[in-house]
Design a protein around this ligand. Structure first.
Ligand code: BTN
Length: 237
């Protein structure tokens, strides 16, 4: 399988994610991309703002996987791994690229790229489409984030290449190997972390991410806490 990418490019847009979802609702097919040099209303996870500085990569792409709804939670790891593979090839210090649950890419321990996964269902309550929004700090970074200093066109080419590759494996049910490689690029087991879950924050050691894409954290009393959604802060080795 190979995705046929079709690109719609804007100098400035409110959010590539919103524009892509409009196209998806009108029947755009898998492989549709919306890319912009500038976003005035870039969105991150949990409705947060995604600061969109000039020069970086901002794009959204449309996937229409024929999978069970319960497996869609794996897609953040699928796309995260693809980005990890691509960025390792692009940056000066490939050993500094790592993945953080659920779908952040770090460079030297600071976030350099984020992924926003949004889904829509059809009238039969089956998956209609997945909008994957990606921001990469290729040229500039807000405070507390990392800049990669890499070429946009080459990065885009590598990212699409690896999304196609990893997504194609996932579509034929090869999530075990993807998850294994994801763990190899992520914080090792035992890494101390705090996890913000709505109103609650828990602290513990990273254990693993399971087949559903859920995070398992070992708490001080040695029990495992399963986290389906939250923000992870690595607090130590
Ligand atoms: C995150 O919170 O880490 C996800 C950030 C995703 C940002 C990208 S930039 C392109 C696309 N358009 C948006 O409005 N958001 C995503």
């Amino acid at each position: 399988m190979s995705i046929q990418w079709i690109t719609e490019r804007y100098e400035e847009i409110h959010s590539t994610q919103d524009a892509l979802k409009d196209l998806a609702a009108k029947g755009a097919r898998e492989g549709q991309i919306v890319i912009a040099d500038m976003q005035t209303g870039g969105r991150g996870r949990h409705g947060r703002e995604w600061i969109s500085l000039a020069g970086n990569l901002y794009f959204s792409l449309l996937l229409r996987p024929d999978v069970n709804l319960q497996n869609v939670g794996q897609l953040g790891l699928v796309v995260g791994l693809a980005l990890g593979r691509a960025l390792v090839e692009m940056v000066d210090r490939p050993e500094d690229i790592s993945l953080k649950w659920p779908n952040d890419i770090l460079y030297g321990g600071e976030k350099c790229s984020g992924i926003l996964i949004e889904t829509d269902l059809n009238t039969q309550n089956q998956l209609d489409y997945v909008a994957v929004g990606i921001g990469i700090n290729t040229k500039a970074a807000p405070e507390m984030a990392a800049v990669l200093d890499i070429n946009n066109e080459m990065t885009m080419e590598r990212v699409l290449h690896y999304i196609d590759q990893v997504y194609s494996s996932w579509c034929v049910g090869d999530f075990k190997d993807i998850l294994k490689e994801w763990h190899e690029m992520a914080h090792p087991a035992g890494t101390q972390m705090s996890v913000k879950l709505g109103g609650e924050t828990i602290a513990g050691a990273f254990d693993h991410v399971d087949e559903a894409g859920h995070l398992h954290v070992r708490l001080g009393d040695n029990t495992l806490r399963v986290v389906t959604a939250g923000d992870v802060y690595v607090t130590g080795d």
